[in-house]
Design a protein around this ligand. Structure first.
Ligand code: F6P
Length: 550
């Protein structure tokens, strides 16, 4: 039986504390406790995290940690790492952390040596990646592979897309990656338009190998390959298609030889799978050594999360602060603002991670939750966001806590317009300025004192008290990308554990899939459908059919 977290004494204490504390301004908190700027920080792996600009006092943090303890977060964490079946609705272990265990670690789950299994797949991925990268693996006509197209969706797409973009500087074998995910034909057609079938390899990535989008796109890609090669020889499929899946039977039924299949396990959730064989495309681009560094980055944060007391535990602290805003301040979303164009897709990646995990209304035991769950994540790289939506962050009525992610070194740098400075320093001066202004703002008195006409003063007041986390690393290496992902994975875990959710299933996406299949014939058949179940859908489908001349 899940506990109702809102009925616990820790929750009640937080509620009372919020009533007293919610109006306290960050300016006051810093005035009263100047040490917070250096003390409310935590280092995890290569990440330096400042959480001092949050609307929390040291008492708030103690109360949040007490809440986590009352919710049993530590026990649940240990159960996850041990391989217990904490994904109860699917009766599965949740072991993405095992994907990044070093080869000499040991973990046996359900009678299976998980570490040996993981490293066996990593070794075969490495051998394949080396063959493709060296040119030993060629296409059907003997030419080396120049482009790899990953066909997958959701967790079988977003991770590789995001990581490839983040690590583009490490792609050193003359192989570029493309990604096709959407069932919108525009996606596949656009991605393949300028490619040469002879030098293109497809990775069909699907945990279940039953996903409509992926199988439809993969079938279309096979047709494109045959047309491009001018041959329908099945041997061409073996040279141009490999699969990543947990389902060998379905891979084989699709026509891909399981010799060219890289497996993973049902204990890896789709949104937690970029560090499994789902990362094969990334490994082909950056090489097995860099991929191992990427995995090591995850492992560093796993170790931190597993071993550090909650008081010094970065994912626990950040997850609990997120929950503080959601449940006590009524915040609905969190902005993720990377000051690195290479992390362009990080917010999109985090959307699946956080929202597919904790977007639930019932607890693990099926009882309804009694508080809001699931932070809504969104964001764009700075400084682009500054010229788009930051106005609302600074002066709007919503409280939007934000995560600022920045780096000391840039993957590229250029001189400033006057030639005296670095563009990266300019980027980072914006980074530091934004968190400062969001926290401390500018009062009406300060604005009036500058000689501002009185009627303009209210428009120019910057209220401040807008909370941010600052997450810094020296540079965006493969390891740091792994660390950043794991930092968020474990925040989601902490929040889900407090809310009593199962963050590892996603039943809410199923009905839409089956109804799309049911509606398909109505859209294309010669006969007009009589009753699709509701008058709106009837009318819309008939409108569509008419436009299509049916
Ligand atoms: O529809 C949601 C989902 O099941 C995700 O959880 C998953 O990442 C995605 O679809 C793709 O699934 P698969 O890898 O099985 O094709």
């Amino acid at each position: 039986m899940s506990i109702d977290i809102t009925g616990t004494s820790a929750w009640q204490k937080l509620r009372a504390h919020h009533a007293d504390f919610h109006a306290v301004h960050l300016r006051e908190l810093f005035d009263e406790d100047p040490a917070r700027g250096t003390e409310l920080t935590v280092d995890a792996g290569d990440l330096h995290i400042d959480y001092s600009k949050h609307r929390v006092s040291r008492e708030t943090l103690d109360l949040l940690i007490a809440l986590a303890r009352e919710a049993g977060v530590e026990e649940r964490r240990d159960a996850m790492f041990a391989g217990d079946h904490i994904n109860t609705s699917e009766d599965r272990a949740v072991l993405h952390t095992a994907l990044r265990l070093p080869a000499d670690a040991s973990l046996t789950v359900d009678g299976q040596d998980v570490v040996a299994d993981v490293h066996e797949v990593l070794t075969s991925m490495g051998a394949f990646a080396d063959r493709v990268r060296s040119g030993e693996w060629t296409g059907f006509t003997g030419k080396r592979i120049r482009t790899i197209v990953n066909i997958g969706i959701g967790g079988s797409d977003l991770g590789p897309v995001m990581v490839y973009r983040a690590l583009r500087h490490y792609a050193d074998a003359g192989i570029s990656l493309r990604f096709v995910s959407n069932i919108d034909p525009v996606d596949l057609v656009g991605q393949l338009a300028d490619l040469d079938a002879e030098t293109t390899l497809f990775i069909v990535a699907s945990k279940t190998f039953s996903t409509l989008e992926t199988l439809t796109n993969a079938t279309a890609a096979k047709r494109w390959l045959f047309a491009g090669l001018g041959s329908e020889d099945v041997a061409a499929v073996a040279k141009h298609f490999v699969a990543v899946s947990t389902d060998a039977e379905r891979v084989s039924a699709f026509g891909i030889d399981t010799v060219n299949m890289f497996g993973f396990w049902d204990w890896v959730g789709g949104r937690y799978s970029v560090d499994s064989a789902i990362g094969l495309s990334v490994m082909c681009a950056v090489g097995p050594v860099r991929f191992a560094e990427f995995l090591d980055g995850f492992h560093q944060i796993d170790t931190h999360f597993r071993t550090r007391p909650l008081e010094e535990n970065a994912p626990a602290i950040l997850g609990l602060i997120g929950l503080w805003y959601s449940n006590f301040f009524g915040a609905q979303s969190r902005a993720v603002l990377p000051y690195s164009n290479d992390l362009l897709r990080f917010p999109a990646y985090l959307q699946q991670l956080t929202m597919e995990s904790n977007g639930k209304s019932v607890r693990s035991d099926g009882t309804p939750v009694t508080t809001s769950t699931g932070e809504i994540f969104w964001g764009e790289p700075g400084t682009n966001g500054q010229h788009a939506f930051y106005q609302l962050l600074h002066q709007g009525t919503w409280l939007v806590p934000a995560d600022f992610i920045g780096f000391a070194e840039s993957t590229d740098d250029l001189p400033t317009a006057d030639g005296t400075g670095s563009m990266h320093d300019l980027l980072m001066s914006n980074f530091f300025a934004q968190t400062k202004v969001l926290a401390f703002g500018k009062s009406a008195e300060e604005i009036a004192a500058e000689g501002t006409p009185p009627e303009l003063v209210p428009h120019k007041v910057m209220p401040g008290n807008r909370p941010t986390s600052t997450i810094l690393a020296k540079e965006l290496t493969p390891s740091v990308v792994g660390q950043l992902i794991a930092l968020y994975e474990h925040q989601v875990f902490v929040e889900g554990a407090v809310w009593g959710l199962n963050p590892f299933d996603q039943w809410g996406v199923e009905l839409g899939k089956t109804q799309a299949l049911e509606l398909g014939p109505a859209l294309s058949s010669a006969e007009a459908p009589s009753d699709l179940g509701d008058s709106s859908t009837d009318a819309l489908v008939n409108w569509y059919r008419k436009q299509r001349g049916r």
